[in-house]
Design a protein around this ligand. Structure first.
Ligand SMILES: [Zn+2]
Length: 243
């Protein structure tokens, strides 16, 4: 590979790293959004639960109030009828029925009170739940704005980088390019690793001197025998290894 081809390969890799950053961001962005929205969703569910409880409690409260009214009406009606009875047996029968209604009135009242308590309990919790929801929504909105800005920025960089790729690909030999694409497909960065102090900068494997010479001469594509990355020799390496 000529210095120009090596230069093009490294520049292409720079662009691909930007593309990859956006691709990886896209892979996690949905999960990130879910994570951001979770507290607000939880707070919304808690508020809804309280509001439903309040609606139920109010309607049950109303139900028992009406039942009690109709129970009392029945009681009064019996009371009036009782005044008109002519014998003790009938009188006792009315008494018996009225006793039952009194007992029922107690039970209805007790149920009514239970629902009043539940309604008060729910009502008490609602303002706090509303505040919590508001706070959670505010936090979520702030975090979403940050995430969206990051997504937009990475996309801008991505789109810019993808436009610059084509002329670089032109400058790289096909054989190198197809091997590079395979490495890119595997996704383990970098794909082309420069030699530093006689070693592959991708995995740290130290090449024997003969191998370093071959990489330096760059007559053919040489990959690291440990990690498979394309090995690239830059001029500044010369001082480090002494040739
Ligand atoms: Zn390596």
């Amino acid at each position: 590979m000529t210095p120009d081809e090596i230069q093009a390969l490294l520049e292409l890799q720079e662009l691909d790293l930007k593309l990859l950053e956006y691709e990886r961001h896209q892979d996690i962005v949905e999960a990130e959004i879910e994570k951001i929205e979770a507290p607000a969703n939880g707070a919304r569910a808690r508020l809804e639960k309280l509001e439903n409880e309040l609606t139920l409690a109010k309607s049950q409260q109303k139900h028992f109030e009406l039942e009690l009214v109709s129970n009392n009406d029945k009681f009064k009606k019996l009371q009036t009828q009782q005044m008109g009875v002519r014998n003790q047996v009938e009188f006792e029968a009315f008494n018996h029925e009225m006793e039952a209604l009194k007992e029922r009135a107690d039970a209805l009242e007790e149920s009514g009170i239970k629902w009043i308590e539940r309604s008060e309990e729910a009502e008490k919790g609602i303002p706090e739940a509303k505040e919590a929801l508001e706070a959670a929504e505010k936090t979520a909105a702030e975090q979403r704005a940050k995430l969206d800005a990051k997504t937009a920025e990475l996309k801008r960089i991505h789109d810019e980088a993808s436009k610059l790729k084509a002329p670089l690909v032109e400058r790289i030999p096909n054989q190198v390019m197809s091997y590079y694409k395979r490495l890119r497909g595997r996704g383990r960065t970098p794909f082309a690793a420069v030699i530093r102090r006689g070693a592959c900068s991708g995995c740290g494997f130290t090449h024997p001197p003969q191998r370093l010479q071959e990489i330096k001469q760059a007559k053919k594509l040489i990959s690291c025998e440990q990690c498979g990355r394309i090995q690239v020799w830059l001029a500044e390496e010369e001082e480090q290894v002494g040739f």
